[in-house]
Design a binder for this molecule. Structure first.
Ligand SMILES: Nc1ncnc2c1ncn2[C@@H]1O[C@H](COP(=O)(O)OP(=O)(O)OP(=O)(O)O)[C@@H](O)[C@H]1O
Ligand SMILES: [Mg+2]
Length: 294
């Protein structure tokens, strides 16, 4: 499961660390991986100050097997792979990235949680694509929600571009470029308009886009929600996705703003262990239940 977010500081790492704990408390074997390459800090949330082993060792070929850099945490069933900070790690070359992806998918565990960097860089998108599930973290403010919307749109466009490339359909690739510039091509502003245009070029391609969107269920976590109105922020995003991207079945989860988070962080302890009855712990616990139930 990849934890992503269009913006920095929205709570990706806090949610990754605590969701990993919540899942392990449900008896699942979990490995949390810090893939915020070059800006890693997941380990600090577990109170680990010095990383005995990290992705640096793997990237520099000092350690060949990824399981050898999994560190124990003081939580049962939960291991962590600390992020790398060697210069240039944020621009992993293609072969190294493939090797890392292959090794991640071979980890013997129930869950692998990937804490990713902000934005939709190629690193983020590559790791997100291999994940079986993605959690998109946002905050309830309107600019943040719009960023989340753009993030999902970018992901869909990248998938479509890949699909059209595989089909060797240059005409459809050009159409996708036009849809990016919807001021000049207003009919392509909505996914419905786009699908209609694809339909007039290639009917099976239009049908497969429709099928993909019907099955696509993005999971969005609205973090740091304060009031009832904030909790409705997810609906704003849901409506945007429905209206412009024809996504009918997104899942919106809410995590409340909670001073317990800051207090635990200052003590270098995970919130779930430091304040298991806090609002934050309850909300994360609920998400873990939903994930294991599905
Ligand atoms: N529900 C919450 N209630 C209160 N504080 C929170 C909550 N979630 C996150 N925070 C605080 O928000 C700040 C940013 O969180 P975090 O580092 O997890 O974000 P991030 O998205 O991983 O950032 P970056 O993009 O820099 O990696 C931290 O100080 C964290 O303690
Ligand atoms: Mg982070």
């Amino acid at each position: 499961m990849a934890i992503v977010g269009p913006k920095g500081g929205v709570g990706k790492t806090t949610i990754s660390a605590n969701l990993a704990i919540a899942l392990s408390m449900l008896g699942k074997k979990v490995i949390a991986v810090d893939l915020d390459l070059g800006a890693s800090n997941l380990h600090t949330l577990f109170g680990i100050r010095e990383t005995k082993a990290s992705l640096d060792d793997f990237v520099l070929n000092k350690i060949t097997n990824l399981p050898d850099i999994v560190l124990d945490t003081n939580v049962n069933n939960l291991g962590i792979i600390c992020g790398g900070n060697v210069p240039g790690i944020a621009n992993l070359n293609y072969n190294k990235k493939l090797k890392l992806i292959r090794n991640l998918s071979q980890l013997k565990t129930d869950f692998v949680l990937l804490d990713l960097g902000a934005g939709a860089s190629s690193n983020v998108v590559d790791f997100l694509i291999i994940a079986q599930e993605g959690l998109l973290v946002t905050t309830p403010e309107v600019p943040s929600l719009l960023n989340a919307y753009s993030f999902i749109k970018t992901l869909i466009f990248r998938r479509l571009a890949l699909h059209f490339k595989q089909l060797e359909q240059t005409e459809l690739i050009e159409l996708l470029d036009k849809a990016r510039d919807f001021d000049s091509y207003p009919k392509l502003k909505t996914m419905e308009g786009f699908i209609e245009a694809v339909h007039s070029i290639n009917v099976p391609a239009a049908n497969s886009i429709r099928k993909f969107l019907t099955n696509y269920k993005p999971i969005v976590v609205v973090n740091r929600a304060r009031s009832g109105k904030d909790a409705d922020a997810g609906k704003v995003l849901q409506n945007l996705m429905n209206q412009y991207l024809s996504i009918k079945s997104s899942v919106i989860l809410t995590v409340r703003e909670d001073p317990a988070v800051g207090i635990a962080v200052a003590r270098l302890k995970p919130v779930l262990l430091e304040a298991p009855r806090s609002l934050f712990a309850k909300d994360i616990g609920m998400i873990a239940h939903k994930i294991t139930a599905s």
